[in-house]
Design a protein around this ligand. Structure first.
Ligand code: F0G
Length: 352
């Protein structure tokens, strides 16, 4: 049986990595592309979810991190540093741990989901809590990244996008061609840029006959691309994409415009509704930011803007287990308690 070897080994010929260079891998990539009858029915399209929560640390960041940290190792090591809304820090901490390198993460105070914080801590990273938002953190770490003893692994590190572009390769490999439309959440805007690069490169290499329209989705309170300018105080329940001044601004607008795509915004309520729908009708537990992609697709479908029968892939970027508090909301965990007898359980289940 074929064992997935991690995306650098699988796609080496498409990546800037030389034979003999160290490869820091946790087996990332090769994630499920799940066809959803429920979402297809609701939209009149053929909808698939690219389930990036299945990566080793539970988000798509691992794709970029295997490349970025491999390059840090190749260069002889340094302090692996990032600013993060949570997932990048979890991934950086894990890959640095695997490589035996020190890691430090700069996090907006009070705005990181508990599971992501736990990941950074258990993997041994040094945490710095910033009295500011992600955009402030990124400004600071970009300055510190100038030092020779520091390696910045945010998506301004070009190796990050190189790794992340492989998700587009996997989708083309699974579908036999590119989809008509690709939908994904947009925060710092690295991922939409990486997918667009991946789709274009794979078409040029002869693996696809076309490229998809790129549809980005932001949260209403953190939607600089919709506003057309940075947002000073971004706010959304989807803390992963609580970003007002995206680093990959021009790459993302190029992805949108060259692909004939669009970037829209959805409300926090739409995000939570989509998260619940994906959980109950697809059987995939995603974090709020990830659900923005599906929320955006459903909004376009409601507006009659989804072409009938189109093949659509929505990236769901992170695992719901990272942020159970937001998913449960006011819902208490208080199942009925019964004695350990078949009769009592049958009675609780009304199996009379
Ligand atoms: N979805 C999730 C779950 C994320 O964690 C992020 C970004 C995005 C979507 C947006 O991707 O930034 O490439 O546009 N999280 C970063 C972090 C900012 O620090 O973990 P993007």
């Amino acid at each position: 049986a074929h064992q997935w070897r991690g995306l650098i080994a699988e796609y080496a010929e498409h990546l800037p990595i030389e034979p003999g260079e160290p490869v820091i891998t946790l087996g990332e990539g090769g994630t499920p592309l799940v066809a959803s009858a429920a979402l297809s029915e609701r939209t009149g399209a053929r909808v698939h979810l690219k389930v990036e929560g299945a990566n080793p640390t539970g988000s798509f960041k691992d794709r970029g991190m295997t490349m970025a940290v491999s390059k840090v190792a190749a260069a002889g090591g340094a302090l692996v540093l990032c600013a993060s809304t949570g997932n990048t820090s979890a991934s950086a901490a894990a890959y640095a741990a695997h490589a035996g390198l020190p890691c430090a993460v700069v996090l907006p105070a009070g705005k990181i989901a508990a599971g992501k914080l736990a990941q950074a801590i258990v993997h041994g990273a040094t945490l710095v809590s910033l009295e500011g938002n992600f955009d402030d953190g990124l400004r600071v770490v970009r300055e510190l990244g100038q030092r020779p003893d520091v390696a910045l692994v945010n998506s301004v590190n070009p190796y990050r996008l190189q790794g992340q572009k492989t998700a587009a390769f996997e989708i083309v490999d699974a579908l036999g061609d590119a989809p008509d439309i690709h939908v994904l959440p947009v925060g710092n805007a690295g991922n939409i840029s990486a997918y667009w690069m991946g789709y274009r490169e794979y078409a040029v290499a002869g693996h696809a006959t076309r490229t998809p329209r790129m549809w980005g989705v932001q949260a209403d309170g953190a939607a600089p691309f919709v506003k057309g300018e940075p947002v000073e105080n971004p706010e959304t329940i989807a803390t992963a994409i609580r970003i007002g001044n995206p680093a990959s601004w021009s790459l993302a607008t190029a992805a949108r415009d060259e692909s004939g795509g669009r970037i829209d915004a959805v409300s926090d309520a739409e995000i939570l509704d989509a998260q619940a729908l994906i959980a109950r009708e697809v059987g995939v537990f995603v974090e709020p930011a990830s659900a923005a992609s599906v929320a955006g697709l459903l909004a376009r479908a409601a507006a009659g803007e989804v072409p009938a029968g189109a093949t659509i892939v929505c990236t769901v970027t992170g695992n719901g287990l990272k942020d159970t508090a937001t998913a449960l909301g006011e819902t208490p965990i208080d199942p009925v308690v019964v004695p350990p007898t078949t009769a009592a359980v049958a009675d609780a289940l009304r199996l009379v």
